[in-house]
Write a protein of this length. Structure first.
Length: 176
């Protein structure tokens, strides 16, 4: 009989602990709002078509917090200048800002998966032939890279990286 009473109490205590444990973490939290594909496509189009590039805070306000942020000192700058390249990584999009003594400015944009489209309608996974038929012949061609120099509306270099003759990454680099 004492063993039965002990087991009954033990099961009761264990049940209460499980209940408290399950309810203890039930505070409601909301995940940060991620930008929609349409938001990112509109941002990309605007950033590439206007000479005024968005700042770091503008990007956070528009697209929400990134999945990951990396910061690295910029090569070739004096230690006293503290210039930094800050990379904000979203799903399918990377945005790199050059931060220093002047206000931050856009250094690079990259599409890294098929989730988003370029202003011309291209996306990761499209064939090399679609790139050439849409953008015309590249300024420079390598086996795994098509390079397009763009002068207007904002001078930049579009680098289309290829794997197996399909787009694996599209990257716009802006003059520093």
């Amino acid at each position: 009989m004492p063993m039965r009473l002990f087991m009954l109490r033990w099961c009761g205590v264990l049940g209460v602990l499980l209940l408290v444990s399950a309810c203890g973490g039930s505070t409601e939290t909301t995940a940060p709002q991620q930008a929609t594909t349409a938001d990112v496509n509109a941002f990309l189009k605007e950033a590439l078509e206007t000479a005024l590039a968005p700042g770091y805070d503008d990007l956070i306000a528009r697209l929400g917090p990134p999945v990951r942020v990396k910061a690295e000192p910029m090569a070739g700058t004096a230690a006293s200048q503290q210039d930094t390249l800050r990379t904000m990584i979203y799903y399918g999009l990377e945005v790199v800002f050059h931060e220093g003594a002047a206000p931050s400015r856009l250094a690079r944009l990259a599409l890294t998966d098929a989730r988003h489209t370029s202003p011309e309608g291209l996306r990761v996974g499209y064939a090399e032939s679609e790139v050439v038929s849409t953008l015309g012949p590249p300024t420079r061609r390598e086996s795994t890279l098509l390079v397009y120099e763009k002068e207007t509306p904002q001078p930049c270099t579009l680098m289309v990286f290829l794997e197996r003759r399909a787009i694996s990454r599209m990257e716009w680099r802006f003059a520093q």
